[in-house]
Design a protein around this ligand. Structure first.
Ligand SMILES: *Cc1c(COP(=O)(O)O)cnc(C)c1O
Length: 407
């Protein structure tokens, strides 16, 4: 058996399909976000502006977050030194879980090393807690939810994206006493569209189903205290399990679920992805808690964030670019071809110092390749002007379409 040849073939398949991923090497500079240094493979550098980051509010450089991290680092050292069960539960972890539970007005919260792990560990464990469970899952759910559902090995039903009529049909088809859970997202990050949260909850209540929502692209950014879209729409109390990340708008790292004390106790006790891994470093927990605390009481960054997204969309529309607009903070521009998408991204980086990663299959369906911009409060008028000018030039240079797709 020639193992090396097998590995090479696997890599070659990605090259042939045009979906081999090339990482862009960047050094973000604290205090200068969204500016960063791009280090080319040959070692040369160029100053760039990041337009595709998930540090949506710039909290990764917020003085309160950094101060809390420095303080915890100096007080306790680098790592937590253990799993949660074996010496790795610190006052910082407990304080962060209390902060998260309060954010979502739930009895309890449980920390994971990422929201990916939180989704995977929770969804794969629920079928063990509830024998016979059937999971109903939106077809565009994030990979971490899909993998969690697969790992749980329970029956699943996939409903068409945001299609509550289809969801109702699937719920009706199940025998009435079947335990069931509906898994969905509040903001789908590739199109930036919202899930029909109220309608899904109504159905869940009608059919006695549990609800599981991924608010990863909404926590910190929506709702009066940054509790997400469910907080904005006054629906948090009607959702059983809320999943969120500490790595995007909160600017640090980690993931969580918030739920009833009973649910959290069971996941804590059964989920291998929670149990058998070193807990987050205390400094990370301290930084995340400071970030949540800040955003709970300061709606200012959220408001600027939404304004920035609206301004960018208006200006892109002014150029006639094929914007995908569903009213969220995410700004995707349709390209529809993987090679052109990569080429545009390369030209923006090399010629204009603008970093936006091309989004190609399998992250999005073939033919819907796109550039996805994430404006933030730290993108000022100058950055915006330069982005608009660069896109205008490139769209003409490459003779691309200027038609509005999904207004
Ligand atoms: C990024 C993402 C996750 C994973 O969050 P991490 O904390 O980065 O692991 C989960 N769900 C959705 C929808 C995401 O976009």
């Amino acid at each position: 058996m020639d193992y090396a040849a097998r590995i090479d073939e696997a890599l070659e398949r990605l090259h042939e399909e045009g979906r081999y991923r090339v990482f862009i090497d960047i050094e973000r500079r604290k205090g200068a976000f969204p500016h960063a240094i791009w280090r080319r493979p040959d070692g040369s550098t160029r100053e760039v502006t990041i337009w595709c980051g998930n540090d949506y509010l710039g909290m990764g450089q917020h003085p309160e977050v950094l101060a809390a991290m420095h303080e915890a680092l100096d007080a306790t050292g680098a790592g937590s030194g253990g799993t949660r069960n074996i010496s790795g539960t610190t006052v910082y972890h407990k304080a962060l879980e209390a902060e998260i539970a309060d954010l979502h007005r739930k009895e309890a919260a449980l920390l994971f090393t990422s929201a990916y792990i939180a989704n995977d560990a929770t969804l794969s464990t629920l079928p063990q807690l509830i024998p016979g469970l059937v999971i109903l899952s939106d077809e565009l759910n994030h990979a971490s939810m899909i993998h969690g559902i697969r790992h749980g090995r329970c029956p699943k039903k996939i409903f068409r994206h945001n299609d509550v009529a289809h969801l109702r049909q699937l719920l009706e088809e199940l025998p009435p006493d079947t335990p069931r859970l509906i898994a969905f997202e509040s903001v789908y990050s590739m199109d930036g569209d919202f899930g029909p949260i109220a309608e899904i909850i109504d159905l869940a209540e009608e059919f006695n189903a549990l609800t599981y929502i991924d608010e990863v692209h909404a926590v910190g950014m929506y709702g009066p205290r940054g509790g997400g879209v469910a907080e904005r729409d006054n629906l948090m109390h009607r959702i059983d399990i809320i999943n969120g990340t500490l790595g995007k708008a909160f600017g640090v790292m980690g993931g969580y679920i918030a739920a009833s004390a009973r649910m959290v106790d069971a996941i804590r006790s059964y989920a291998p992805g929670f149990i058998f891994t070193t807990s987050l470093p205390p400094a990370v927990a301290a930084g995340a808690a400071a970030s949540i605390r800040h955003l709970k009481t300061d709606p200012h960054l959220r408001e600027i964030h939404q304004t920035q997204a609206r301004v960018l969309k208006t200006r892109l529309r002014g150029l006639g670019l094929p914007l995908i607009d569903h009213g969220s903070h995410i700004v995707p521009v349709h390209v529809g071809d993987p090679v052109k998408c990569k080429m545009l991204s390369d030209m923006l980086l090399e010629d204009h110092g603008i970093y936006v990663q091309p989004i190609n299959f399998p992250t999005v369906p073939r033919g819907t390749e796109r550039l996805r911009f994430t404006p933030s409060p730290v993108h000022g008028p100058d950055e915006m002007d330069r982005l608009i000018a660069a896109l205008d030039t490139l769209w003409s240079q490459c003779a691309l379409n200027r038609a509005d797709l999904a207004g």
